[in-house]
Design a protein around this ligand. Sequence first.
Ligand SMILES: [Zn+2]
Length: 280
Amino acid sequence: MNAPPRTKIFLEGRYKKLSRDLPQTIFWCPKCKGHPRRRRGCEQCEGFGKLTRDSVQELVGWVVGKAFGTRKHKFHGAGREDMDVRMLGRGRPFVLELIDPKVTDVDLAACEALINERNAGRLEIEGLHWSQKERVRALKEGKFAKRYQALIELDAPPAEGVVEGLVGRRLQLRQHTPGRVAHRRADKIRERWIEIEELRSLDETHLEAVITSEHGTYLKEAISGEEGRTQPNLTDLLGAGARCVELDVLAILDEDGREAVAPTVRVQPRSFGAGLESEG
Ligand SMILES: [Zn+2]
């Protein structure tokens, strides 16, 4: 006997992440992977199964899942930011996939309002609407440049005129896979561009920057240079060790770094079936 087909509902919206302690998706313990049996007695997570209390996925999924009568969901973001990076501006597009919902007559605006009320100051979602399975691939395979705001700390004050000379520069980078992700990605060299839109000194050893970078650029490493593994880099160009101490995404752009026209397809919730996908 085949299992009955699973019913799925796809919702789409944008999220803004206002705190530096929130991962995008569930942060499973790397040791026990949250496995119900193996997590008991796990030293790394003390039996919790996860390394953070919550995530964007859970804060959205708990409220929406409850309304749709299912605990099973998947979260698909248009890329992701590191846990300690805020997602500001208009937010990042995402699709929430609900699996086997028991209820489909749901007020999405009320869900959105409840999520925002519960997570004031941490997470905000906007424009939650009915979507389709095809949007998952569009978000996953889309190449989006990003505009960032960075607070940079220097080992020593830069020479006079160096900071001003970098404003408006576009750099073509060669980046090795950073050490911090080497455990899950093979070391390879990627070529990416960044553009330094704004750069100004806050004091002798702190700079504030607005930088646009190509899809898939490791920006923290473009700043530090990671001992030459990214070249060119701001450490070399400034002539002082540079380190990104705070990072915010200001905008998700199109592939060439322009403001993207919102790529949202609005699907009306006609009846049970709108935005539904069956998988055999
Ligand atoms: Zn564990």
